[in-house]
Design a protein around this ligand. Sequence first.
Ligand SMILES: Nc1nc2c(ncn2[C@@H]2O[C@H](COP(=O)(O)OP(=O)(O)O)[C@@H](O)[C@H]2O)c(=O)[nH]1
Ligand SMILES: [Mg+2]
Length: 288
Amino acid sequence: MRDRGTERVITEGDIDSFFDEAEIELLQSNIAVEAIEFMRDVMKKELVNKKIKRRGAEKLISEAMERALLGLVDHGKADIEKVIKESKKQGKPACLVFLGFNGAGKTTSIAKVARWLIDRGYSVVLAAGDTFRAASIEQLEHHGRKLGVNVIKHQYGSDSAAVIFDARKHAGSKGIDVVLADTAGRMHTDKNLADELKKIIRVNQPDLKVLLIDSLTGNDAVEQAKMFHEMVGVDCVIMAKTDVNKKGGSILSVSYAIQKPILFLGTGQEYGDIKKFNPERFVKDLME
Ligand SMILES: Nc1nc2c(ncn2[C@@H]2O[C@H](COP(=O)(O)OP(=O)(O)O)[C@@H](O)[C@H]2O)c(=O)[nH]1
Ligand SMILES: [Mg+2]
């Protein structure tokens, strides 16, 4: 920094050397390289040529850092209740389709979201749209029984789009507010997954496409999010298993990569283990 008596002027080099020092720590907490570059740019725009007193430097930088982090993750609110109310006005049930790889946490999160909605007075039906994975239908039915909600299912191997269509029809005729639809999540290379998901979306025109990301995925989380987003367009994200992986970086990176809000964080295996995501609070906690 150039000295001007007790005042200094912040240079680009100051920000660069700050990031050179912080980069490893940021990467280790799973913040993706492109997200770090975004933060570097935001901080340069805010701070370069600012005059500061020697004492105030740290506070100024940490405040700019906080705003840069918020910029990564603040992509509006995914307001699930608003979506439901708008569907209701149009006289139809809201349809939420859950997407993500096997093991990401789709089925568990559907059960948690169902409970969350029931607690808020909404009626729910589940659609067993994962007709591929062994025991997936039974797993959903198990949750349905425990939660006291109906599960609409066909046979294994049947057309997932049709199962979800039936669940919507069922909900429409019974005046049920929300359809939560499970889907299959086979691996990357399986082209059929893309075809199947595209068909589900085309046939059912869901109100929210909710992507499930396993927090434990680490850096691959960003690639997964981009892949699903390119495939069908994701509206919002649930990050599961944040109780197991305390690093918040992949949450920021995923949200930044597809410029979509985080809806919930999964925080455990029980139905109550789901938390509405609050960007401001999240960034404040991260800075501590
Ligand atoms: N600790 C923890 N485990 C979770 C969470 N969400 C899901 N799981 C577990 O992750 C595993 C896979 O979840 P599942 O819902 O079957 O994933 P799916 O294949 O995407 O449907 C199960 O053992 C779940 O209990 C979470 O937020 N925290
Ligand atoms: Mg499942």
